[in-house]
Design a protein around this ligand. Sequence first.
Ligand code: PCP
Length: 385
Amino acid sequence: MFHIASEKEIKEGKVTDVYFKRTEEILKKKKIKKRVAMEVVAHKFPSNYPWVILAGIEEVVELFKNKPVNIDSMSEGTFFYPEEPVLTISGEYSSFAVYETPLLGLICQASGVATKAARCKKVAGERSVVSFGARRMHPAISPMIERAAFLGGCDGVAVIKSAELIGEKAVGTMPHALILIMGDTIKATKAFDKVIPKEIKRVSLIDTLGDEKFEALKVAKALGKNLFAVRLDTPASRRGDFLRLLEEVRWELDQREFKSVKLFLSGGIDEEEILKLNPCADAYGVGTAISNARVIDFSLDIVEIERKPFAKRGKLSGRKQVWQCNKCGRREVTLANKRPIKCSCGGRFEGLIRPLMRKGRLVTKLPKVQEIRKAVLKELKKVEL
Ligand code: PCP
């Protein structure tokens, strides 16, 4: 068996820190029932992250289906900032105490992946960024990881199951194994061209056996117009000045009228590498940097007990709203019932935390991930890294 929890076990509250279970038992034994409001907030972000993108809310809905709680939340894909609450959950505390662990787990990791994908996409600009990192993570969560990567702006995902989950076609090129087994890059590329359906772009991996410059020319000559791109996943031991190598490959291809052959790069790619390689790159496959992205350090804290503001030291009490001006985008956090007056720019403040569930039932329409991704890409144009 795999060392994972089943959906049923997660929904039964089995994936919880034991002290929540003990708390539930104590309160039940003592017959203490308190209605609380709790807020999810990230007090600090991974260093140099000015913003974070919220992801994982769709699974939060699944977790709390038919549970006696009300949830208000920012939508998936919302850009938020430190100290801004993203979600408020309310109900009788013992009825959902054990779900603190999974609730946070569902949004900490997904938001981290979505944000990292967005950062890579921001730097890559119009160049394609494909999620290639499933192999670095436990296979049970690959679909979640790649959905978050796609939501954050990735143009495609490599894993079949992930693509199925988001209603996209999986994206991939060819592994070194194909070239090693066939013994030659040209042979492997020709076999790919012969066997694989025509609608799949022909991308030949050219760093396995020979020098990338000469391999690129050979595959371009062998496939001609059928060759969409060459992929360089050049190992660190050979990479040297990777940009210089790419310039050489580009130069030689262009000299021989293979200007349409694109350069697809992978292996150790992150925002920094993308910035460096953009002058020659047409697309990137990003693995570990996205799939193993820093999680976002959310916490869930009581802010109200029996409708009275009450919070621990270091936490602002009272249920809050995050307001954004619909004209200039200015943001303010106030107590939920204190809508700020008109924005100085003349715009109107709108609340970003909206009803999501009432008594365990969804009360809004969840957007398709393609819609969320479109909105993220639009917002990405307005922000800086
Ligand atoms: C991996 C695969 C991905 C790369 C690494 C992701 O290479 O090609 O494109 O790298 P990253 O995690 O550093 O971003 P291999 O496993 O060597 O290649 P392959 O399976 O393609 O033969």
